[in-house]
Every structure is written in structure tokens, then in C-alpha cells.
Design a binder for this molecule. Sequence first.
Ligand code: NZQ
Ligand code: ZN
Length: 385
Amino acid sequence: MLNFEFRNPTHIVFGQGTLPRLDGLVPADARVLLLYGGDSAHRHGTLDQVRQALGQRHVEEFAGIEANPEYDTLMRAVQQVRHQQLNFLLAIGGGSVIDGSKFVAAASLYDGDPWEILTHHGSVLKEALPLGCVLTLPATGSEMNSGAVITRRALQAKLAFMHPVAYPRFSVLDPCLSMTLPARQVANGIVDAYVHVMEQYLTYPCAALPQDRFAEGLLLSLIETGPQTLAHPHDYDARANLVWSATLALNGLIGAGVPQDWSTHMIGHELTALHGIDHARTLAIVLPGNLQVRREAKREKLLQYASRVWGLDDGDADTRIDAAIRSTREFFESLGVPTRLGDYQLGAAHVDTIVEQLQAHQMTQLGERRDVTPELSRRILMACL
Ligand code: NZQ
Ligand code: ZN
């Protein structure tokens, strides 16, 4: 039975040549901090265009937010915000920069130890500075959701927080800004968005027809536009559809009122924290093994997925499920994303430590039925070798 609240306050400005719109989106009297990553925003001219759009506003910069944004780096940005009395954050980048900026926005106004924001997964928050985003990498959906994932290497921890105060006020999505991405990052983005849909869709039926059809539509769009974008990086239509699919995959729409899994993500976060594997690449490893091990609990949705997404209608049910899991793996591989732990020189000997880290982070009751215990996570990881 459907029963839910749905809210998404992020204003999206989508399309080619939309960066000048920043002038109308950022308050005229704002004291702005631009946050970005390495040198891609600078090198490709995005930073200059943003500065131009902001005109005479007071603008400061914080550079160097790394992939899998690091707590200690972000705390330096918090100091800068406080010291220079800045009151508006503008993130320019992909999920790492946007997530990191969400944390800076929240931590700058937080009285206690900011690490609590992560250990309590956001529940301690009451306010955050306003944040706007300029998206340069379609993947995470962070530009239109209230979540963020922060790493603290010293503790080998990668923890998420989520809170309504962390929604961006606006996000500018100019698909052309992502045309400079290397193929590896484009492929990562396709896989990440695909798995976001799967985490919210491939659970058990609950009479949520629009959510199911939207989810299947997004999967089909990713299967179509992903390879087109990789083959033709300057094809605007393919790129624009990829960008919007990735945003819609995790802006709350398809997840409203439905059971959600997220175990692939939580196991994947440990792989990134321990072994430095790109976020999306951890998902490509874990998802096929996860579906395989939990195929009975997910049976009805696996059959629906097989039929509606992969057109697999022949043969007995188990044959169709096998084929759907195989098609998923082959899709990731076709994008150049490996799908086995062995592809990263990891084997059975590494599994215990990953499971121990899940336990250390209280990730002991995962999945849509909270039945993915450490023992089940171990079986899943063994199916990913
Ligand atoms: O640092 P620079 O030089 O900017 O280079 C970046 C970075 O190295 C580069 N890049 C970004 N835009 C570019 C570009 N290079 C050329 N041209 C451009 N236009 O791409 C590299 C990767 O960027 P990153 O932001 O790390 O990638 P992604 O967007 O995949 O974000 C991954 C992070 O998001 C988290 C992940 O855990 C990971 O930390 N996630 C956030 C979620 C959320 N907030 O809802 C959900 C996801 O499941 C995910 O967990
Ligand atoms: Zn993800």
C-alpha cells in the first residue's frame, strides 16, 4: 500500500549555455565560496565562466576537494567559511565536490564535533548554509538530493549523512560541461546511476506502478544513452539524456514509498575505504553477486526486470533470472567497467576484513528486509570473486 511524503526543493536549470543564469540564482549580496576539486574546473574554463556570471559579488575559492572527499580537507573549508564570514556555497564538480560542499554547509553551522554529523548519519542537523551546484559529472544525483558521503582515511571510514537542510537550493546542469570527462568517469557515472535505480527498484513488488515504470524507463535510457555517449562524447542529445537520467535516478522520485535495498552501496563503500576502488566500480563488482545470492528473496522483481528491461521472456524462470544477471554484468563490462574482485587483485583472503569493517560501521542489517547480516554479506562477497 502506497503511503509516503515526497519533497524535493532543488531548483534545476538544465541545458546548454545555462551558466550565466547563476547571476539570477545566487543572491546579489551573497558572500560566496566556490568549492571545486583538482584542476578540471580550472583547466576547462568552467571556473572562469562562473566567476564571470557572479559579477561583482564577493567571491572566495576553496580548491582541492578530492574524489571520495576527505573529512580533514573539508574541515579546512569550514575554517575558511567561518574566518571569512562567507554565507553562500557554490560547488563546481561531480559527486565528490557536491557531497563535500554539503558537509561544509552543515558543519559550518554545527556547534558540536562535526564528525557526529556522520556518525549520526545527519540526524543531529538543524541547519546548513545555502548551497548551489554546477554539475560537471553525471553520476551520483547529489545535485538534486539531500545525501552526502564523506571519507575519513585515518579511520578507514566512508560514512553517509542525509538531511533535508542539505538539499542544494539550485543546480545548474549544462550537459556540455561534462563533455571533457575521460571515458572512465563517463562509464563510472553510467554504472552508478544504473545501480541507484536498481537499489530502489529491485526489491519486492509493492503495487507502486509509476515508480516501477519510471525505474525501468531510466534503466532503458541508461542502456541506450550510456554507450552512445561513450562512443560520441560530443553528441549533445545523448549526453543530455544521460545527465538527466542520472539526476532522476536518485532525486527521490522513484524511491518514494517503495522498499529500498542499498546493500550494494554499503558493501561498496567498504571496498572504496579499504582498497581505493572508484565508487561505481565497487558497485559493478557487488551488484551481480548480490543479485545472485539473494535471487530467491528478489525473485518476483528479478523476473519483472528480466522481461521489461532485457526482453527475456523465454525459458523457465531460473533461466530468465540467470540471463538477467548475466546481461547486467555484460552491460557493465561493455562500458569497460570490470565486475569481479579478482580484477583488482582481491580474493577470498580479503573478504574477512571487508566484513569486519561492515560490522565496525554497524552495517549488519542491510537490504530491503534488513536481513543482509555480516554472514550474508560474506556470501555475497564470495560470489563477487
Ligand atoms: O578533481 P577534478 O580535477 O575536478 O577531477 C574530477 C575527479 O577526479 C573529474 N571531473 C569532474 N568533472 C570533470 C572531470 N574531469 C574532466 N571534466 C569534467 N567535466 O572526475 C573525477 C571524479 O569526480 P567525482 O566527483 O569523485 O566523481 P563522482 O561524481 O562519481 O562522485 C563520486 C562520489 O560521490 C559519492 C561517492 O561515494 C563518491 O564519494 N556518492 C554520492 C551520492 C549522493 N550524494 O547521493 C550517492 C552515490 O551513491 C555516491 O555514493
Ligand atoms: Zn552510488
